[in-house]
Ligand binder design. Sequence first.
Ligand code: ATP
Length: 258
Amino acid sequence: MTALSLHRVRAELGSREVLHGVDLAVRPGEVLALVGPNGSGKTTALRCCYRALTPTAGAVVVDGTDSADLGRRELARTIGASTQEPRVSAGLTVRESVSLGRVPHRGWFERANGVDGEIVETCIWQVGLAELAGRDVQALSGGERQRVSIARALAQQPRVLLLDEPTNHLDLRHQLTVMNLLRDRARDGLAIVVTMHDLRLAVEYCDTLAVLHDGRVISTGPPADVLDDTVLGGVFGIRAVVRSSPRLTMEILGLADG
Ligand SMILES: Nc1ncnc2c1ncn2[C@@H]1O[C@H](COP(=O)(O)OP(=O)(O)OP(=O)(O)O)[C@@H](O)[C@H]1O
C-alpha cells in the first residue's frame, strides 16, 4: 500500500497553472527523490502534499484517505515537512523549536512528558545539534537552521516525511549525515519524499527518482533506469554516467551542449 500518492494533481500560483496533472506514489520504507530543473514544480508539488497549497484538481491521498478530509492535527501526526527556507521562531532555543514537533501528539493543555523529551533529544543528536541544543535558533547559521527544521519534522514521528532540499545549506559531512539518517528512518518504515538538485546524492541514497519537467512527472523508477541520456541531456542539460559497480554512483561529465 502506498503511504502517500498524488493523483492528477493540478496547482496554480498567481493564477498560472504550474502543475499540470502530477501523479506520484511513495511506499512505507521508500526514499523517493523528486528531481527536476529550477522552476519545474518540485516545491509546489511538495506544498500540495502537506496542504500548504490546495490543488485546483486531483487528489492527495495519505494512507488511503483523501488529505482534504484530514483535520490539521491528524495531518500533522501523519505528515512531517521541512521547507526550503525554514522559518525560525524568535526567542526559541533549538530544543524548544524541535519540541514543537511533539505538539500534534499531545492534548491541548497537556505538557511534554519524558517520552517526548527523549524523542526530541534523539532527533537533535541525530542531526548533529546536541552541542547547540540550548542556543537561540536566531543565532544559528543557515545549515544549522536547516537541521533544526529536519529534526522538528522527525520529532513529529510522522508516517510520511517531506523534505524540500534538505541538503541545500549543508556542508558535505552533514549532507551525508542527513542522507544516512533518511535511509535509517526508511528502514524503520517511514515513507520519504525529498526534493534535491544533487543528482549524485539522489542516485546514491534514494530508491526511486521522479523527474518533474514543466509541471509534469515525465519519468519515475530506479535511478539507473530513469537517468538515461534523454533525461540527463534533454531535461537537465548535462552529460553524465551512472555506474552500478561497486555501488550506484553518478559522475557528471559536463554540459550537454558543451
Ligand atoms: N508566487 C508565484 N506566482 C506565480 N508563479 C510562481 C510563484 N512562485 C513560483 N512560481 C512559478 O511556479 C513554477 C514552479 O515553482 P517551484 O518553486 O515549484 O519550482 P521548483 O522546481 O521547486 O524550483 P527550484 O528548483 O528553483 O526550487 C516556476 O515556474 C515558478 O516561476
